[in-house]
Unconditional design. Structure first.
Length: 183
């Protein structure tokens, strides 16, 4: 019995060290060497200051900016409370919230992703249609021709990965940063 306890304890210790320390440190080292930007959250900096991550949505308000999808995560874009709203399509609360979002956008034929939260509540991207639906408002507020703002949106469309996976999308943070930079 004593021999079995010693053997089991040693296996537990070796396994804990290998899988609890060596393996995570090895994977972290490989990620830092080969995929540094992705391993660190794809942080975006401007003038030496962190402005956000291109992986997590941020609230943009005011008519001068392209708006992100609504967020159901905590008080809004709270990564520690990531979740959808869990409201059914028959929910009066959901219908009222979407109706208010549609009215706030003041555009006809509002793309659905502009007025509904994503499953995580943290989606940083919009469909090209949702970004293009906002061009008129942003151009007017910025005093720029619509064709220039439309071209900026078109330049920020990311195609499907490998031409197959996902949908075309526009990262709202990168688009708004380019807008502020006067591109």
């Amino acid at each position: 019995m004593k021999k079995h306890l010693i053997t089991a304890s040693l296996y537990t210790l070796v396994t804990a060290v290998l899988l609890g320390i060596v393996y995570p440190l090895g994977i972290t080292a490989v990620a830092q060497l080969l995929f540094r930007d992705k391993a660190n959250g794809q942080i975006i900096t401007k003038d030496g200051s962190t402005v956000g991550s291109q992986l997590i949505g941020q609230p943009f308000t005011g008519p001068r900016y392209f708006h992100s999808r609504p967020s159901a995560a905590g008080t809004g874009y709270d990564a520690s409370a990531s979740s959808g709203s869990n409201l059914a399509t028959t929910s009066k609360a959901l219908v009222d919230r979407v109706g208010a979002s549609v009215a706030a956008e003041k555009v006809s034929n509002v793309p659905v992703d502009l007025v509904t939260a994503s499953g995580s509540g943290l989606d940083p991207d919009l469909s090209p249609a949702a970004a293009l639906a906002q061009v008129g408002r942003v151009a007017k507020e910025r005093g720029r021709p619509e064709w220039i703002v439309r071209k900026l949106v078109e330049d920020h469309i990311t195609d499907r990965q490998f031409g197959l996976l996902g949908e075309p999308r526009v990262n709202v943070l990168r688009l708004n940063l380019a807008l502020d930079a006067g591109q």
